[in-house]
Design a protein around this ligand. Structure first.
Ligand code: NDP
Ligand code: 8X3
Length: 248
């Protein structure tokens, strides 16, 4: 039986990815800050198949302690899904709160590289795989994307650079870059404003968490000689629009 670790498994993509892989025959380590959500997932899918590890991914010591405590059957990791992340705010840079910028960098960048660094030895030993969750925000700039988009650009380039460094090891590295997807993402981004979240997704038929889980499953289960470098996915309702011009 194969094993994956999914960061940010208490909601959205992460919870759906754990469910997709466990129902597909894998065992999972599910992480996040909300123990009640992790417990609900593990109780539903089976404690023998889901190990929960509750920690703030920005806390490197807590992360290390939680990973050291992973029980034997879950230690042989075949896949790391770096999913935990967030956007905070949509204001222009000049009106942003520096603490929110730092939280995005600490979570989306620093924590992601820290857990990757920690788990690379076992992933190399097992010729495993890494799937990082980037975003179209890391590829296409938009007003209010500022630091969030920059963190996701980091995720893309880190993924591609990891591939270069892992050349010859058999370890596969992919970055999935979703567009508009309905999860708790917008609720978090807007400080808990459910109406704003509902308004963004209304009538748009956005990507679902299950869609991202299915893409992750597909990438992970391709024949071992194939590597998906980048997978950019948007809902049909979303497309690219042009540049802006300010006139005096
Ligand atoms: P959700 O808000 O639904 O889920 C985010 C997950 O990240 C939660 O499980 C949350 O767990 C976890 N997380 C956030 N901060 C921390 C932290 N400090 N420590 C541990 N876990 C943390 O959003 P999504 O499922 O949409 O987001 C998942 C990923 O997908 C993110 O990286 C996001 O940037 C990216 N993405 C989302 C898109 C979208 O439109 N929804 C599109 C493109 C990319 P908890 O709060 O319990 O700690
Ligand atoms: C989330 C997608 O376009 O809201 O990463 O930034 S977007």
């Amino acid at each position: 039986m194969k094993t994956l670790l999914v960061t940010g498994a208490t909601a959205g993509f992460g919870a759906a990815i754990v469910e997709r892989f466990v129902t597909g025959g894998w065992r999972a380590i599910a992480t996040g800050r909300r123990q009640d959500r992790l417990d609900a997932l593990a109780d539903r899918l089976g404690r023998d198949r889901v190990h929960t590890a509750c920690f703030d991914i920005r806390d490197a010591d807590a992360m290390a302690a939680a990973l050291d405590a992973v029980p034997a059957p879950f230690r042989d990791l075949d896949l790391l899904v770096n999913n935990a992340g967030l956007a905070l705010g949509t204001a222009p840079a000049q009106a942003c709160d520096l603490a929110q910028w730092r939280q995005m960098i600490d979570t989306n960048v620093t924590a992601l590289v820290t857990i990757t660094h920690r788990l690379l030895p076992v992933l190399i030993e097992r010729r495993g795989a890494i799937v990082n969750i980037g975003s179209i925000a890391g590829v296409y700039p938009y007003a209010g994307g500022n630091v969030y988009g920059a963190t996701k650009a980091f995720v893309e380039q880190f993924s591609l650079n990891l591939r270069s460094d892992l050349h010859g090891t058999g370890v596969r590295v992919s970055v999935i870059e979703p567009g508009l997807a309905e999860t708790e993402f917008t609720l978090v981004r807007n400080g808990g404003d459910q109406a704003a979240s509902n308004a963004l997704y209304a009538g748009a038929q956005p990507i679902t968490a299950a869609d991202v889980a299915e893409s992750t499953w597909w990438i992970a289960n391709l024949p071992p000689h194939l590597n998906i470098n980048r997978l950019e996915v948007m809902p049909v309702s979303q497309s690219l629009a042009g540049l802006q011009i300010h006139r005096e």
